[in-house]
Design a protein around this ligand. Structure first.
Ligand SMILES: Cc1ncc(C[n+]2csc(CCOP(=O)(O)OP(=O)(O)O)c2C)c(N)n1
Ligand SMILES: [Mg+2]
Length: 687
């Protein structure tokens, strides 16, 4: 199926937001979920008025309808003949078989899930489809993160099938994670039979209600005839615009019922379809104007900076066009955490990760720039710190009438959400960079780039190394060594992480060169993401070496998925950075809570024995002198089915620097005793 991209534009939403802040916020919130009505089922179709309207409009392709007063406007589209072809051959199949058949038709070959009574009609159907891989984790959360890892690293949709009640509630965290990080996954949750719904029956949970705010769209399917279309729509919605999670709730009588006739316009397709609703209020001419304005600002800039985010990675040509833009006008490129890998960090123009724990030089450059070009990044507070103090140089230039912030963004609600921008270009970021490029004049920006290089040299990421005779392993040193040893093979490596200090050091001390080489939970910050995500990544990229760099506490949340690795022979590699603490929280307690380490120092199991019990190869390192040798052994481990875990005991007392406090500007970094931030006249010069 060809899901064509819907590209729309907006001009200055700033004006709208200023005029009607509450209304617009309310609207954009609904649009963020794309649909505020969660279930458009046969019930909603039984609305007589709507039904008769539909019949009248058989030949009208699109009508606008409001299903309920609270919803955002939806579009009803009558399917045309060629679409019906797609649903042929489903008559006589059960609902469960239809689900798997449709998945296969939509190109899915791997599903992650966990069995249960209500899910049996679906999971049993899997036995009839020999080409469909079915991976069962040890906990449904694992299935969700596996699907995320699979989807994020391949660009395909990740599919999850879980049973009703607790099976479904166990995937809430991955759904929320996928919504926050824009990952296309589709979850099928089994539900009690339609006649039992609302009776507090065994393993009944209102998953449509529960998952409403953590899915892009969700729906219960109460009639087998509407199942094929809903599945197709789920794919369309998950992958259109900013990708995200969708949930379909399937009652057991629907999954075990039989579709009596082939799908036709009046049998199956007469249910109101759901189409992704995106702003398309701005015509092509308006988009052109926005791009021209952006080009003028960039051409007039003396100190431009690009901030590139995950949006660049959502298009296969994103990194290529980002590089062309940077090259054409010699614009340095910083990345958000989720944007890592979209620009080769060994390039002299790279400013690496910016934000709360970002590079000093990147943060200084953003604050000093007169034009900041934000490409597919939603400007999360971890990336901006205090938004009132964000891009102060650009704010000054804006007041002077030539500079400011330009935002290229596909998701309308992300424009002017926290940061008011000077110019917004709405739509697929890469497609719009293509349109922008011919308007950009080449420029050396010599003075500015000299300054950047000076900052890069002066404030490179660093840490306090242990003395030569000290055995202590500094956590940053582990990543630094891994970076050094993998320099030549990075193209073939994908890294996942847990959440905490180890995640930030991984971002800081590994030089990201390739798109989609890191898969990590950014916006939700989900501990336990690393191991299951690595399994999903490996299944989607069997030819790559997949390394989960995990924290001891993060690993403790989902490490049992190493048994899933064993069961299916999925060889992943895990490094447990064992500081025997919830390091990231411990560091906050040290700095802001008077060293009251309330329950953040971990009583860990013997990780070596634990992992061996799950049939993984293990190496334990606690001496700096043996680290490199052990890392080499770890990297050279090459087994077709067996995983390896390297447990590294690291210094507990280390702190992630720089730190930007949320109430401060990005330039106001705490760098501990790493170096003196000595930039005389910085503020006078740029702000
Ligand atoms: C599911 C979940 N619970 C709690 C948190 C809050 N949290 C953030 S980092 C962290 C500690 C992580 O410890 P570890 O995995 O050992 O990593 P470290 O910081 O020590 O490198 C905690 C508790 C979280 N992010 N996710
Ligand atoms: Mg830890």
């Amino acid at each position: 199926m060809n899901f064509s991209k819907i590209i729309s534009t907006t001009s200055s939403k700033k004006i709208i937001n200023n005029a009607f802040p509450l209304t617009v916020n309310a609207i954009t919130h609904n649009i963020s979920k794309q649909f505020s009505i969660s279930s458009i089922s046969s019930n909603s179709f039984s609305n007589e008025k709507l039904s008769s309207e539909l019949k009248k409009t058989k030949n009208i392709k699109t009508i606008k309808a409001n299903y309920n007063a609270k919803s955002s406007p939806q579009y009803i589209q009558i399917k045309n003949e060629s679409d019906i072809e797609f649903y042929k051959g489903l008559a006589g199949k059960t609902g469960g078989e239809i689900i798997i058949e449709m998945l296969q038709r939509l190109g899915v070959d791997t599903v992650f899930g966990y069995p249960g009574g209500a899910a049996l009609p679906i999971t049993d159907s899997l036995t009839k489809y020999k080409n469909m891989r079915y991976i069962v984790p040890r906990h449904e959360q694992g299935a969700g993160h596996m699907a995320e890892g699979y989807a994020k690293s391949t660009g395909k949709v990740g599919v999850v099938i879980v049973t009703s009640g607790p099976g479904a509630t166990n995937i809430i965290t991955p759904l929320a994670d996928a919504l926050n990080d824009g990952i296309p996954i589709i979850a099928f949750s089994a539900q009690v039979p339609t006649f039992s719904i609302g009776t507090d029956s065994f393993q009944e949970a209102d998953i449509v209600g529960i998952s409403r705010s953590c899915t892009k769209w969700n729906s219960i399917v109460k009639d087998i005839r509407e199942l094929p279309r809903r599945i197709e729509e789920a794919f369309k919605i998950a992958t259109t615009g900013r990708p995200g999670p969708v949930l379909l709730d399937i009652p057991k009588d629907i999954s075990s019922g039989i579709l009596k006739k082939e799908i036709t316009d009046y049998y199956g397709l007469n249910f109101p379809p759901v189409e992704p609703y995106l702003f398309s209020s701005n015509p092509e001419a308006e988009l052109k104007k926005c791009i021209e304005n952006a080009a003028t600002m960039i051409n007039n800039a003396e100190r431009p900076v690009i901030i590139a985010g995950a949006g660049i990675l959502n298009h296969p040509e994103g990194p290529k066009y980002l590089k062309l833009l940077s090259r054409k006008a010699n614009i340095p490129v910083a990345t958000s955490f989720q944007g890592l890998g979209c620009f080769n960090e060994n390039d002299p123009m790279a400013l690496h990760m910016i934000g709360m724990h970002g590079s000093v030089y990147g943060n200084l450059a953003i604050q000093a720039a007169d034009v900041v070009i934000v490409l597919g990044s939603r400007m999360d507070e971890r990336a901006t710190a205090n938004t009132d103090l964000y891009c102060l140089g650009a704010r000054k230039a804006e007041k002077r009438g030539y500079g400011g912030i330009i935002q290229f963004e596909i998701q309308p609600k992300n424009i002017n959400k926290k940061v008011q921008v000077t110019e917004a270009v709405e739509g697929d970021v890469t497609e719009n960079i293509k349109k922008l490029l011919p308007l950009i004049q080449s420029h050396p920006h010599k003075q500015w780039n000299n300054q950047i290089q000076e900052w890069k040299k002066k404030y490179a990421f660093t840490y306090n190394r242990s003395s030569p005779d000290d055995k202590t392993i500094k956590p940053q040193h582990v990543i630094e060594e891994l970076n050094r040893l993998t320099e030549r093979i990075k193209k073939d490596i994908i890294i996942t992480t847990g959440v905490g200090q180890h995640q930030m050091w991984t971002a800081q001390f590994y030089r990201w060169k390739y798109p989609k080489s890191i898969v990590s939970s950014g916006a939700l910050g989900t501990m336990g993401f690393g191991v299951p995500a690595a399994l999903g990544v490996k299944l989607g990229n069997p030819e790559k070496m997949v390394i989960d760099i995990d924290g001891d506490s993060s690993f403790s949340m989902t490490g049992q998925e190493m048994i899933t690795a064993k069961q299916y022979g999925i060889p992943i590699k895990v490094i447990i950075m064992n500081n025997a603490s919830q390091g990231m929280v411990r560091q906050m307690q040290e700095k802001y809570y008077n060293e009251r380490y309330n329950q953040t120092l971990m009583t860990n199991p013997n990780f070596k024995e634990l992992c061996e019990a799950m049939d993984a190869e293990t190496i334990h390192t606690s001496n700096k002198a043996t680290l490199t040798k052990d890392l080499k052994k770890f990297l050279n481990w090459d087994h077709p089915t067996k995983s390896i875990v390297l447990i590294v005991d690291v210094d507990q007392s280390e702190i992630v620097y720089p730190i930007v406090n949320g109430s401060e500007g990005l330039h106001e970094m705490d760098v501990g005793d790493l170096y003196k931030l000595n930039e005389p006249n910085y503020e006078e010069k740029y702000f």
